[in-house]
Ligand binder design. Sequence first.
Ligand SMILES: [Zn+2]
Ligand SMILES: [Zn+2]
Length: 201
Amino acid sequence: MPLPYPPGARLLARPEAVEPCPTCADPLGRGYRTCPTCADPVDALWKADWDALPADDELPATVLAAPVGTHAWTCVDWAMRLLSCPVCRTELGTGPACLHCAKSDQARWAWDHTAPAGAMTANEHAIRMAVAALRGAGERRDTVIAFWRLALPHLLVGAVPTQAQVGRIRVHLIAGRHEELDEAPGFAEMAALADLPWRSA
Ligand SMILES: [Zn+2]
Ligand SMILES: [Zn+2]
């Protein structure tokens, strides 16, 4: 019997537009995860799915031990948050330079790669990557983290950048154009920042 691959992050409505966070004044979501007001609406998408599972003390371990596609990807992530790494003791999957964490983080992405059509949208895959990275999983290069911080408020409202836009935005990040990117109303505007005069020659 094929595994169900229940979708994740679809129980709650997304905010309709990017609005300033009442606490930190950045676009809501950009302060993830240091600003609790920014983190709440993001984490709520995961927690709604987790709370829909039957309560059980062993649930985090059970969810992680189940074959890929048994539970929603959000529940896999939430189980990892609830468990600490037996080797480095930080949140499972986020320990810097910890091989066990690296393996746990790698394993979670099997969901995205094997899910049938319709089980996960490009936006859901991107917001999953953003939140994992901002919690410390995977690659820690400054430009990667900066990209996800920049992107999260827009991913939260359902937007998704094209590969070409991601490439352009990375170029602007490497050039240090953080203020202009921070103020752009969406991915298209971030990607469309004009080349700096000294670069366009
Ligand atoms: Zn905030
Ligand atoms: Zn670890």
